[in-house]
Design a protein around this ligand. Structure first.
Ligand code: 3HC
Length: 304
């Protein structure tokens, strides 16, 4: 299939809540074949089962025809686990949605740069890690960052930041690394639009626009709880009913994942040295305790 964004086959790396959502909107809305890979086969199974539930719900609510659901389902193919990232060779765009760990992402992007064709777009769904640092790892062995080959390879790396839950949230934040070319930005933007999203653009600063604003807000709410300013429920209700937020900040932190919130806040604090981004001690302790929010069954709320 040849469409404006030119994406013939998409690879999605990571079948957690973000990766699964990205695979689903790409198959259903942008109508591209999707290769889905996760090192955990169990995670792939869970992701596909969740996508199936969402498709069935859309059919039962009359939003899509059962034929469209069938086509979307058939467009998503799990990658043979024995192939690893080599399974993405036919993709001309990959979106990485693994955990927030710079060295893991650098290893992945270095491998993708070696395995995929030179015109393939390499996108990261990172919430806060520098796209410029990730792009610097997507350079073929032996080439320098300043060589034509190095610049072309790093120039196809871009940030494509989706929001949770991906099928529901209307935004994608597009982040340009120092190296990103205009062609890469244009194609990535067209792809996000084909997925049914509005696109905003941010420079590559810690947290970009979204998390540079959201995380201090969440952290301040946790500090209110820590200081005893108000109860959990009063903090959340104040923001829900007083400001019409769909979730209070503590419920939202649980929903995003407290480990993810902490990782983003650390990136913001380390990347700016600005004390306003220092994570609260209570957040650190909750993550130490293994209380990661909704996904682990316990956070500021209980989900058993
Ligand atoms: N995946 C897919 N769909 C989901 C979902 C999920 N995890 N959770 C809820 N939905 C769907 C429901 O199925 C329902 O769909 P329907 O209209 O077809 O029935 C719809 O969302 C509304 O759900 P509910 O009626 O159950 O509940 P709510 O009305 O309370 O809405 C919500 C749920 C959409 C999650 C809403 O509470 C909300 O918008 N919360 C804020 C979410 C938010 O701020 N997300 C951004 C987080 S920040 C981020 O992702 C960036 C990262 O870098 C940290």
């Amino acid at each position: 299939m040849s469409i404006a964004h030119g994406i013939r086959t998409l690879g999605v790396l990571g079948a957690g809540q973000m990766g699964t959502g990205i695979a689903l909107v790409s198959a259903l809305r942008a109508k591209v074949p999707v290769l889905l890979y996760d090192q955990s086969q169990d995670q792939v199974k869970k992701g596909l089962a969740f996508a199936e539930k969402l498709l069935e719900k859309d059919v039962s609510k009359g939003r899509i025809k059962s034929e469209e659901a069938k086509e979307a389902r058939e467009r998503i193919t799990p990658v043979d686990p024995s192939l690893g990232l080599k399974g993405f060779r036919d993709a001309n765009m990959v979106i990485e949605a693994v955990s927030e760990n710079l060295s893991l992402k650098q290893t992945i992007f270095s491998t993708l740069a070696a395995e995929l064709s030179p015109d393939a777009i390499l996108a990261s769904n990172t919430s806060s890690i520098s796209i410029t640092k990730i792009a610097a790892s997507a350079i073929p062995k032996g080439a320098s960052a300043a060589s034509e080959e190095g610049k072309a390879s790093a120039g196809r790396v871009v940030g494509l930041h989706f929001f949770n839950p991906v099928p529901v949230m209307k935004l994608v934040e597009l982040i340009s690394a120092l190296q990103t070319t205009k062609d890469t930005l244009d194609r990535a933007r067209s792809f996000a639009v084909a997925c049914g999203k509005e696109v905003t653009t941010s420079n590559d600063v810690p947290g970009f626009v979204s998390n540079a604003l959201l995380m201090p807000f969440i952290n301040e709410a946790i500090m209110c709880l820590e200081k005893g300013t108000a109860t959990r429920d009063d903090i959340d209700t104040t923001l829900k009913l007083g400001m019409n937020h769909p979730m209070g900040p503590l419920q939202l932190a649980d929903f995003i994942g407290l480990d993810t919130c902490l990782a983003i806040q650390k990136t913001l604090y380390e990347g700016t040295s600005d004390s306003k981004y220092r994570p609260s001690i209570l957040l650190e302790r909750m993550v130490d305790a293994g209380w990661y929010g909704k996904k682990s069954g316990k956070g500021f709320y209980d989900y058993q």
